[in-house]
Design a protein around this ligand. Structure first.
Ligand code: T5A
Length: 219
């Protein structure tokens, strides 16, 4: 399905955006549409998605022991969880021809640890590439909205445990948003930005329309 990555048979689509931007919601919508159309879909989430990754997720988000974590440690832990996910889950699924919908992938590290935490670009890029090996996303969907709106949605949901990553300043989340938009400006072929302040159904339709344009409507 992907001409750019001859080693894969499937398709790797990542969803990115700040807290509460609707990634999980839109992944469910796209997955349902793809399955209705007969495609074999796999959803992953980061950090997590493997036994090792879920333990790393706990340290990164909820464990008391994560409180004093340095930005460098944070970078390496996100990369470690991803390295496991890629080899244990994503590579076999791609080889089996499945469509993988990733709830976050390496761009989260570029933006959160690189841009918002201000770690140097070079080690972030090198570590990101080491973690994913050859598996860059075929398409990355960025759900964009003001961070105030996303954080309000997360608070309104109200069913989550306290989360270390959600305790940052509003400036941190503004930097995250800008970081994503800069990535999309640099590489418009890989990224598509959707206005996530719109109703769920409208965004779902826009994503489905673009999915068809990119992959299913071939003359
Ligand atoms: N992180 C992650 C890094 O720093 N570096 C990395 O490399 C990686 C991989 C992950 C944290 O880790 C950081 C980023 C994060 O801080 P998480 O719990 O996985 O933490 O958090 P998120 O990925 O941000 O997931 P959220 O669940 O918070 O947000 P979603 O998935 O974007 O949003 P969703 O779909 O759950 O929607 C949130 C609420 O809004 C509603 C939904 O119904 C839900 O209640 N909603 C809408 N409401 C109105 N209009 C719409 N269009 C809506 N869409 C959804």
């Amino acid at each position: 399905m992907s001409a750019e990555h001859p080693q894969k048979n499937g398709l790797l689509i990542s969803f990115e955006g700040s807290e509460g931007s609707g990634k999980t919601t839109q992944i469910r919508c796209l997955s349902a549409r793809l399955e209705d159309a007969g495609y074999d879909v796999l959803i992953t989430r980061e950090p997590g998605g493997t036994e090792i990754g879920e333990q790393v997720r706990h340290i990164l988000k909820h464990a008391d022991s994560g409180r004093g974590m340095t930005p460098e440690t944070e970078l390496l832990l996100f990369a470690a969880a991803r390295a496991q996910l890629v080899r244990e889950v994503i590579m076999p699924a791609l080889d089996a021809g499945r469509i993988i919908l990733c709830d976050r992938y390496l761009d989260s590290t570029t933006v959160y640890q690189g841009v918002a935490r201000s770690l140097s670009e070079e080690p972030v890029t090198v570590i990101n590439r080491f973690a994913v090996g050859p598996l860059m996303p075929d398409w990355t969907i960025i759900l964009d909205l003001p961070p105030e709106v996303g954080l309000q949605r997360v608070r309104a949901r109200g069913n989550d445990l306290p989360d270390r990553m959600e305790e940052e300043s509003i400036e941190f989340y503004r930097a995250v948003r800008e970081g994503y938009l800069l990535l999309a400006d640099d590489l418009p072929d890989r990224y598509s930005v959707f206005d996530s302040e719109q109703p769920v159904e409208l965004i779902e339709d826009e994503i489905w329309e673009e999915m068809q344009e990119r992959y299913f409507r071939r003359d």
